[in-house]
Ligand binder design. Structure first.
Ligand SMILES: [Cu+2]
Length: 178
């Protein structure tokens, strides 16, 4: 039991070190767009092929975390934490290419904004939330990264860059170019 525990600890330490090294050096900077949509309930509620993943969060569970009754219920979105950028903060070096992959089951955007705000889909925003102007007013104009797609982002200037998903506006990240 003790030996097993020690082995597990060493294993965890090794993984932790590898992650820390990857984040410090960022030789191959990557961000994944992640969600956990359950295809059966999402496609039934929103439409066919809304979700092509194998996640386990039902549409009802997703909706249940959109808002919190503790902060002016239905006015300020919180959002389901399985819908996220992974990692949500990354240091990269000037001139390095950021690789972006949609590992989720739904389409997402990775939109650079001056300030975080609401997105393009009314029902996923709070009633008092102002849309970030970089997110299109018409959802038909969203530039979506489809599930399984990968894109590259080059030429980011030095300094912090804010990105958000214009569909799920709680999906946020900062890419810090140093
Ligand atoms: Cu999204």
């Amino acid at each position: 039991m003790l030996i097993y525990g020690l082995t597990a600890l060493v294993g965890l330490w090794t993984i932790g070190t590898a992650i820390a090294r990857a984040q410090v050096k960022s030789q191959d900077p990557k961000v994944a767009l992640v969600d956990n949509c359950d295809p059966t309930t999402f496609n039934a509620a929103v439409g066919p092929n809304t979700c092509v993943g194998r996640g386990g969060t039902t549409f009802a569970e997703f909706l249940a975390v959109l808002f919190s009754p503790l902060i002016d219920n239905s006015k300020v979105f919180v959002g389901h934490p399985a819908w996220r950028f992974e990692p949500s903060y990354l240091d990269i070096r000037v001139g390095h290419t950021l690789r972006l992959t949609n590992s989720g089951g739904e389409g997402h955007t990775f939109t650079e904004v001056v300030n975080y705000g609401g997105g393009s889909i009314g029902i996923l925003n709070g009633t008092d939330v102002t849309r970030a102007p970089e997110c299109p007013a018409d959802p038909a104009n969203l530039v979506v990264v489809a599930p399984g797609d990968a894109i590259q982002i080059k030429g980011l200037s030095p300094g912090p860059h804010k990105f958000m998903c214009c569909i799920h506006p709680w999906m946020r990240g900062v890419i810090d170019v140093e």
